[in-house]
Design a protein around this ligand. Structure first.
Ligand SMILES: Nc1nc2c(ncn2[C@@H]2O[C@H](COP(=O)(O)OP(=O)(O)OP(=O)(O)O)[C@@H](O)[C@H]2O)c(=O)[nH]1
Ligand SMILES: [Mg+2]
Length: 502
């Protein structure tokens, strides 16, 4: 039975990336922008099409199971007037006119709170029409007011109303290279705080990394959002192949999360994609399975600006698209694991899965995509924490948030939650099979003395972590010094350049 997903696109980035996702995904199912099936291979294309699309039998059309939300109307208006405007259900567009003006508090507490009931109403209707609803996918940015603030509110409301359904997000992390709005680190930090609690699985997409890829691999000096979104949609399509096509490993969101997320808080995944090259040089690119596989482990193919070589993989899912043989794919991945075994934690055996999807992305004979759960991702949280703390220690721009009724405490809590998360990643990066076993023993004796039975190992990612602050910590070659009173850290530079506002 098909297990349905509801997509929610929130805010400007959410809707623009969402539009690109549908533009890329529909042709893979042989469906045109009016929702009509024009493909030639229905056994493959239509077998699981119901996961993301609803079939309207009266008009023989397929309609995305999607809700488009924004607190201003320009982006939604453009989507409506665009090539796919008539594809979505008319009641699935929800917007206000005022906008959240880059203010997370407006999205979460004031403007967004006014729209939330209408959104939930539409979502409820779509969920009720499903036979075997598996969960939600939210696309949003973390740097603005709507995607970040209202996106977070939506997430927490959905968690309340659908506690047993999967909640996954595609979350776009801000970068000063792409946007110069100074309060983005505040909005991102407040969002991360919410994602930690409410999301089951977050695929991180980092504008910093996208900018670098566009610059270096695609050789575009000043990339536009269109360029960045084109890459994001390729990755989104890649990672969702296992959900959209029949007979795949990790065939639903829960299975995918189950294999990738060993501790509930460490659910921030790093996507990578190969080949990343401009269309002109496509013919010169290698599509050999072993080359595609090794690219997936490279920094330059990652959509998050951190170097996987400086962390360790807790788990990883690789997907090879096109006509790769399973022998070649398995062997390529095994070779990498054998050669570079220190890059994978030894206490989770067989932590890289390999799956194959015979349908390649449109326009390419073959491609590979991966979702890695790597401790190296702490670098992106550090970067944001850095930028956040620099402003927060002087309470700069805070009145915009407190004027909307927000308490400063929420900022402090978000900051310390992020510190804890970084410490957790660091702890598992350093953990050996022996230390993990010792912690297990300790936690078991603790539970035994409290006469609590039936707990799983470690009780989750956070429970075994004591230190939430690290002084003079080194992560991924990025030197960060934290004053003991959590004053502004002084950021070093990595290859990507300095993280400074202009
Ligand atoms: N990759 C990508 N990033 C985007 C896009 N649009 C905006 N961003 C980034 O998203 C952040 C700003 O968030 P937006 O999505 O524009 O804001 P919003 O959610 O509409 O919220 P408000 O406009 O403040 O109400 C910045 O970091 C931008 O660089 C897009 O189409 N693609
Ligand atoms: Mg906006």
């Amino acid at each position: 039975m098909v297990r349905e997903i509801i997509n929610l696109s929130v805010g400007q980035a959410g809707n623009q990336v969402g539009e690109n996702f549908w533009k890329e995904a529909l042709p893979e199912h042989g469906i045109d922008f009016s929702g009509t099936y024009t493909g030639k291979n229905p056994d493959v294309e239509l077998a699981e099409v119901g996961v993301y699309l609803t079939e309207i039998s009266s008009s023989s059309r397929y309609v995305p199971r999607s809700v488009q939300v924004d607190l201003e109307n320009t982006v939604i208006q453009a989507l409506r007037n665009g090539p796919m405007g008539s594809l979505f259900r008319p009641d699935s567009y929800l917007c206000n006119v005022n906008g959240a003006g880059n203010n997370w508090a407006k999205g979460f507490y004031t403007e967004g709170a006014e729209l939330i009931d209408s959104i939930l109403e539409v979502v409820r209707k779509q969920a009720e029409d499903c036979d075997c609803f598996q969960g939600f996918q939210i696309i949003h940015s973390l740097g603005g007011g709507t995607g970040a603030g209202l996106g977070s509110l939506l997430l927490s409301k959905l968690r309340e109303e659908y506690p047993d359904r999967m909640l996954s997000t595609f979350s776009i992390f801000p970068s000063p290279k792409v946007s110069e709005t100074v309060v983005e680190p505040y909005n991102a930090m407040l969002s991360i705080h919410q994602l930690l609690d409410s999301s089951d699985m977050t695929v991180c997409i980092d504008n910093e990394a996208l900018y670098e890829v566009a610059n270096k691999a695609l050789r575009i000096p000043t990339p536009t959002f269109d360029t960045l979104n084109g890459m994001i949609s390729k990755v989104m399509c890649g990672v969702s192949t296992s959900l959209r096509f029949p007979g795949q490993l990790n065939g639903d969101m829960r299975k995918l999360a189950m294999n990738l997320i060993p501790f509930p808080r460490l659910h921030f995944l790093m996507p990578s994609y190969a080949p990343l090259a401009d269309m002109k040089s496509r013919n010169f690119h290698s599509f050999k399975t072993s080359d595609l596989a090794s690219s997936l482990f490279e920094k330059r193919n990652s959509l998050v600006a951190c170097d996987p070589r400086f962390g360790r993989y807790l788990a990883m899912a690789t997907i090879f698209r096109g006509n790769a043989s399973s022998y070649d794919a398995e062997k390529a991945v095994q070779d990498i694991q054998r050669k570079d075994s220190s890059r994978f934690v030894e206490w989770i055996p067989d932590n890289v899965s390999v799956s194959l999807c015979s349908v390649p992305p449109v326009g390419l004979p073959q491609a590979a995509v991966a979702l890695g759960n790597s401790t190296a991702i702490q670098e992106v949280f550090r970067r944001n924490l850095d930028q956040f703390t620099a402003m927060f220690k002087r309470r700069a721009f805070l009145h915009w948030y407190t004027d909307e009724g927000m308490d400063q405490m929420e900022f402090t809590e978000a900051e310390s939650n992020c510190y804890d998360l970084i410490a957790e990643y660091q702890q598992y990066q350093e953990a050996t099979a022996d230390s993990i076993y010792d912690e297990y023993e300790e936690s078991q004796s603790g539970y035994a003395s409290e006469s609590v039975a039936g707990h799983e190992f470690g009780g989750g990612g956070g429970s075994v972590v004591a230190a939430s602050e690290s002084e003079d910590s080194r992560v991924g070659g990025l030197q960060l010094e934290f004053d003991s009173d959590r004053d502004a850290p002084s950021a070093g530079e990595d290859e990507g350049g300095s993280y400074q506002y202009q």
